[in-house]
Design a protein around this ligand. Sequence first.
Ligand SMILES: Cc1ncc(COP(=O)(O)O)c(C=O)c1O
Length: 406
Amino acid sequence: MDTSECGAEICSLDDLRADIPLTRQYIYLNSCTFGPVPRSIQACMADALRAENEEIIAIRGKEAGVRFYSRAEQARCTLADLLGVSAGDVAWTYNTTTATRLAIMGIGWQPGDKLAVTDVEHVSTNRAAAGLAQSRGVETTVIPSTGPGEAVYAGPDLFLEQLDRLLTPAHRMLVMSHVSNIDGRRLPVTEAARMARARGVRTLVDGAQSLGIFTVDAAAMGADFYSGSVHKWLLGPPGIGFLFVSSNSRKEFNPFDFPVVKDDTGDAERAPMTASALCELGTANYALRIGAGACVETARRIGLGKIEERCRLLTARLRAGLRLVPGIRVASPEEWELSSSVTTIQLDEGTPERCQRFVERLLEEYGIVVKYRPEICGVRIGVAGFNTNEEIEQFLAATVHLIPQI
Ligand SMILES: Cc1ncc(COP(=O)(O)O)c(C=O)c1O
C-alpha cells in the first residue's frame, strides 16, 4: 500500500465518522486527550508493520527497501507542509512532552538564566521548569494571561501587557501553549514571539491542542520551536510527536551534543544540520511515521477548513446551550478566535467529587466521554470534526438532566 492510498476512501467528515467505530457506541468528546484512530489509518500502519517485518528488513538496501523508507520519510514532508515549513525543520519525537523538553534542554542553561512560561501551561512544561530550577538554578517567571478575579480569558491585551512588563533579556526562553489544555484559550503567540525576538528571547510554542483544529503556519508565527503530536486532533497514533526547529535556532541548538563539524579553516563552525539530525536518535518506528503521515493526509483530503468550520459551529452551539443550563458556568472564552475546540465548564459549588461524579454518570448512563480538569476543578469537552450536532444536543440534554442530581 502506498502512503497516498492510506485512508484514500475518507474524503468527507461523514466518511471520517463512518471509519471510527467508536462513534457507534459512544459520544466521544475527549479528542483533546486522545483522538480515536480511524480504521483505515490503523490498517495502513498494520500493513506498514507487516511489510517491514515480512519483506523489507531482508532487502533493506534494495529498491523496495529504499521505497519503504522513503515513504516513511515522505510523512515528514507531509507534516512539514501542514506546518508551512520545510522537512529539514521538522524532527520526530515520541510526543509533545518529549518535543517540548528537547527544545528546552537543548539551549544550554546557566545559573542565573531565566525561563518564562504562561499561567496555563501543561503540567509537563511546569515540571520541566521545576527541574531546571532544581538542577541549574534557573528561575521561572509566570506571565499571567488573566487578571486577578477575572474568571474567563478576555483576550490578548492583558497577556501582551504583562509580557511586555515581565520579559527581559535575562530570559532565555518563553514557553507558551498555542491553545490551553485547561480551558481552550488561544494565546497570541505570533505577537508574543515578536516581542520575545525583540529582546533576544527564544520562543517555544506548545501546539498539542492547536494542530488539526485550525491552520497553523509555524514559519509565519516566528517562533523558534513548535512542539506537538498527532494523537489528539489529527486522530493519529499515540507515541509519535514532532518538533519544528527554525533554521536560525539550529545554529545554537544541540540537545544531544552531536560533534561539531569544523569548517575548512578549522573554526568550530556548526554545519547546517537538519532538525532530524539534531533531535532523532537511533532506530525509528517507521509504521508510526507512516501512520502520522496518513492522518495528516486524511485531514487535508477532508479539508482543514471544513474541519475547523465543523468544530467552530459545534462549539458555538455547545457553549450557547451550556449557558442556559442552571448550576454551571462556562470557563472558556465565547469567541472562536480567542479559543478553540476545547470548552471547560465549572459547577456551582463544584468540588472535585461532584465533577468526577458528573463525568462518571455521563459515561455510565449516556455513553458520553469527557474529562475532569483538576487545574480549575472543571469538566472539559472537546469537539472534533467527526462529532455531530445530534451529539451536542444529546450532551446538553444529559447535562440538564444530571446537574441537579449530582
Ligand atoms: C497543551 C498540551 N501540552 C502538552 C501535552 C502533553 O502531550 P503528550 O501526551 O503528547 O506528551 C498536552 C496533552 O494533553 C497538552 O494538552
